[in-house]
Write a protein that binds this ligand. Structure first.
Ligand code: C2E
Ligand code: MG
Ligand code: MG
Length: 248
């Protein structure tokens, strides 16, 4: 298994973060998408050790970037945490122990959860989120609008960011309903003082439309596919030199 990194950029096209995405190279089957094996790992409980491995891998990487002290040190790296992993009573203490062990700064870490992780005992969820945020970790709500949304929890929970699901971005130029939903999520985020990231931005047209709607954070193939760590480091270096930003 390996962790790949996909850049997140601001409205000027400057990198502000990355999302860590798990890759599994299966002998005989080639690259298997996490969309296929994560649900299976959730069912079997294997997600607990996979999730631990991903966190350790990412935090070690972040700690290495901190030491380099260049543009990479400023990035906030999002890690996807599955519901089952998030609800482990030991989740926060595990994260704390890994931060200590690796020397990574919590300021460089963002935890991405989906709405399904919130559909549990809301008080426990609240407590976990509060603990993570008190440690300086940011919280992002992934695939927003696709799950069992209850807008009540947006008010109640300590969150920092909503991610507009790529399903709403894909046809944003042709489907007025998708455009209306994306715009509504942006308005909601702004009213609740949360930031919003558009996922799955593939074209300049989608980007321009989202910018006109007031979106300021973007992720998608238009900027870069998820890359192995070394290639990702190269991308950030190129971007710092101003070469990359002109290209997208
Ligand atoms: P996600 O967290 O919503 O991640 C975004 C997915 O969209 C990624 O798929 C990414 O490669 C893909 N993507 C990015 N830009 C574009 C674009 O412009 N167009 C299109 N069509 N797709 C784009 P990926 O890497 O296959 O991951 C699928 C899902 O698997 C993730 O969705 C996430 O829910 C889950 N996942 C990935 N890594 C982990 C992990 O380490 N732990 C857990 N629990 N889940 C993970
Ligand atoms: Mg995600
Ligand atoms: Mg997503």
């Amino acid at each position: 298994m390996a962790v790949h990194y996909q850049v997140l950029v601001d409205e000027k096209g400057s990198p502000v973060g990355a999302e860590a995405l798990l890759r599994w190279h299966c002998p005989g089957r080639g690259m298997v998408s996490p969309a296929e094996f994560i649900p299976l790992a959730e069912e079997t409980g294997l997600i607990e050790s996979i999730g631990y491995w991903v966190l350790e891998e990412v935090l070690s990487r972040i700690a290495g970037w901190k030491k380099r002290g260049d543009a990479l040190a400023k990035l906030q790296v999002s890690v996807n945490v599955s519901a089952r992993q998030f609800h482990l009573p030991s989740f926060c203490s595990t994260v704390m122990a890994l931060l200590r062990k690796t020397g990574a700064s919590p300021r460089n870490l963002k935890v991405e959860i989906t709405e399904s992780a919130l559909a549990y005992d809301l008080e426990l969820v609240e407590e976990t989120l509060r603990t993570l945020r008190s440690m300086g970790i940011r919280i992002s709500l992934d695939d927003f609008g696709t799950g069992y949304s209850s807008l009540g929890y947006l008010k109640r929970l300590s969150l920092d960011e909503l991610k507009i699901d790529q399903g709403f971005v894909r046809d944003i130029l042709d489907d007025p309903n998708d455009a209306a939903i994306a715009e509504t999520i942006l308005a909601l985020a702004s009213a609740l003082k949360l930031s919003a990231v558009a996922e799955g931005v593939e074209t300049k047209g989608q980007l321009e439309r989202l910018v006109r709607m007031g979106c300021t954070r973007f992720q998608g193939y238009y900027f870069s596919r998820p890359l192995p760590a070394l290639e990702f480091e190269g991308l950030i270096e190129k971007s710092r030199m101003g070469q990359q930003r002109r290209a997208w």
